[in-house]
Ligand binder design. Structure first.
Ligand SMILES: C[S@@+](CC[C@H](N)C(=O)[O-])C[C@H]1O[C@@H](n2cnc3c(N)ncnc32)[C@H](O)[C@@H]1O
Length: 281
């Protein structure tokens, strides 16, 4: 690999100008999910390897970009519902991704400037861009935690610096559980997060499936797992419904992101990314 593709960057602190003691390698020679996702969303924070795999997958499923955008549109509609209708003012967003238009804090704080948001991601490049995520309203608060979502204890403890875990929280798990390929582990992560927040909290999940255009979707999964990092799994609609066990799944249940409460007058086509939103009783 070209040595220039492997460079060192801080993994502690929130800014490269204040590096901590620990260092990790950012491998730009292998396609990485946050950067490929950024490429599909029209961003510039990606490298040749990301664009190459992103294009390979787009050849197999040309509407992957529509699917990625439908996921972000679901994020917007779900957060607006949570703030405006469910009275939620705190969010824990795991698997944040690289900042793009309509990040959770922007959507929430536009409606309720006092909203408090904690982001969690384990990709070192997302850490570099974390300052853009910390740029919230003066009335509210945003924080960024560099952690693996599997370390729920660390996540919950760090989140409690910014969020009052005695009050309802919107748990946003969009495009992240597909990296937790073991079903039992995915359920454990959800259970531990849901247990840490009170009644009235909500869980939003978005997840790739092969429910639409199955053959091509499975080929894209194979391509990703051959060339990209980290490895992923797809889950069926039924499997996604089970991830909400014990919670009140809100209408319209688990559906394509494009079909989750679309704007009036819209008749969108279904996409690969499915989603759901549920309330903790
Ligand atoms: C496809 S992006 C989704 C971004 C955003 N949530 C959205 O839906 O637009 C997935 C993000 O999850 C992060 N991620 C993957 N596995 C993770 C893990 N075990 N812990 C924390 N973050 C993880 C990746 O680094 C990446 O930024």
């Amino acid at each position: 690999m070209n040595p220039l593709h492997k460079w060192k960057m801080p993994v502690t602190g929130t800014s490269p100008e204040f590096p901590g003691e620990q260092w990790t390698a950012l491998d730009t020679g292998v396609a990485h999910t946050a950067r490929v996702w950024n490429y599909w969303l029209g961003g510039k924070d990606n490298y040749a390897a990301d664009r190459q795999v992103g294009e390979q997958i787009r050849e197999v499923i040309p509407d992957i970009i529509t699917s990625a955008r439908a996921d972000r549109a679901f994020l917007g509609r779900a957060v607006r519902y949570l703030v405006a209708d469910a009275g939620i003012r705190q969010f824990l967003d795991l698997g944040t991704g690289l900042p793009t238009a309509g990040n959770t804090h922007e959507v929430a704080q536009e409606l309720a400037p006092e909203s408090r948001i904690v982001y969690v991601d384990n990709d070192p490049l997302v850490l570099i861009h974390a300052r853009a995520l910390l740029n919230g309203t003066p009335e509210g608060a945003t924080d960024y935690i560099e952690a693996d979502a599997r370390n729920t204890e660390q996540v919950v403890q760090a989140a409690s610096r910014t969020l009052d875990l005695g009050r309802p929280v919107g748990l946003m798990l969009l495009g992240i559980l597909n990296f937790i390929t073991d079903d039992d582990e995915a359920v454990e992560i959800i259970d531990r997060l849901v247990a840490a927040v009170p009644s009235g909290s909500h869980l939003a999940i978005a997840h790739p499936t092969s429910e639409v255009n199955t053959e091509a979707a499975l080929e894209s999964l194979r391509l990703w797992n051959e060339h990209g990092e980290p490895k992923i799994c797809f889950r069926s609609r039924e499997e996604l419904i089970r991830l909400f066990d014990g919670l009140e799944l809100l209408e319209p249940g688990v559906v394509s992101c494009s079909l989750w409460r679309p704007e009036a007058g819209e008749t969108p086509a279904p996409v690969y990314q499915f989603c759901g939103l549920a309330r903790k009783p």
